[in-house]
Design a protein around this ligand. Structure first.
Ligand code: ARG
Length: 248
């Protein structure tokens, strides 16, 4: 009996030790942004950002916990320490650099314009020339929102309708509530593939770089970025990207 109790106690201690070792990092994202973050057929979050974050955590010996929130909450959530980092197809901008620190970049993207397939306009300015204005749909607080607000709304050349997720802006386009949607190129390709009657204009609006965001006080930033760099250098990151973005 005593031996049994000793054994049980030893096992309990061992398990406590193991579970205490695997500390987890909390990543926030907005998982409606394929192929960077979305839910697979088993309702598991996956995508380029999720798999890169998992690989970095595995290398550093952390578990990864994913919290799906609205995109505009990602930077405040990281700043306040609610989340350890954000990985959300997030573009590095000067304004955001004032608020958070970014890892090295792991992907390049463009802001592109989605329009109805029969649309004859070739740019946003064509809409302005034809109608005196353009109605643009965007995902709230994204770079698409910022550029459209500055370049069209503030310039008096159009209006911007902001939706919580990109798919909401695409629905508005299909319903004729906006003339076009400005969003990142890979999600745009996904939305156009999943919805009939849409196309992407040939000329991209801007080119950007994606990185993960940490608070300026983050104690794990340096280790995380170093591990990410190793995974970029050894080809792991490229392998992950290629597995989600089929070569054209
Ligand atoms: N790249 C754009 C930005 O940084 C859009 C990112 C949206 N990401 C998302 N997971 N919904 O503003």
């Amino acid at each position: 009996m005593k031996k049994l109790i000793a054994l049980i106690l030893a096992l309990m201690l061992a398990f406590a030790g193991v579970s205490a070792m695997a500390e987890s990092l909390k990543m926030c994202t907005n998982a409606a942004f394929p192929p960077y973050e979305f839910y697979d057929e088993n309702s598991e979050a996956t995508g380029i950002d999720v798999e890169i974050a998992k690989a970095v955590c595995a290398k550093l010996g952390y578990d990864l916990e994913i919290v799906d929130i609205e995109f505009d909450q990602c930077i405040p959530g990281v700043q306040s320490g609610k989340y350890d980092f954000a990985a959300a197809g997030m573009t590095v901008t000067e304004e955001r650099k004032q608020m958070v620190q970014f890892t090295d970049t792991y992907a390049t993207a463009q802001q592109v314009v989605i329009v109805p397939a029969d649309c004859e306009m070739t740019s946003l300015d064509d809409f302005v020339a034809a109608n005196g204005t353009v109605k643009v749909g965007v995902q709230r607080a994204t770079t698409g929102d910022l550029y459209m607000t500055w370049d069209y709304e503030d310039a008096g050349k159009g209006t911007v309708d902001r939706y919580p997720i990109g798919a909401g802006a695409v629905e508005a386009l299909k319903a004729g509530k906006v003339d076009c949607v400005v969003i990142d190129n890979e999600p745009a390709k996904n939305f156009v593939a999943q919805n009939e009657g849409l196309k992407i204009l040939e000329s991209a609006y801007t080119t950007e770089e994606y990185a993960m965001a940490f608070s300026k006080e983050s104690p794990i930033y340096a280790d995380f970025n170093a591990a990410l760099n190793e995974l970029i250098e050894d080809g792991t990151v490229k392998g992950i990207i290629d597995s989600f973005i089929p070569a054209e």
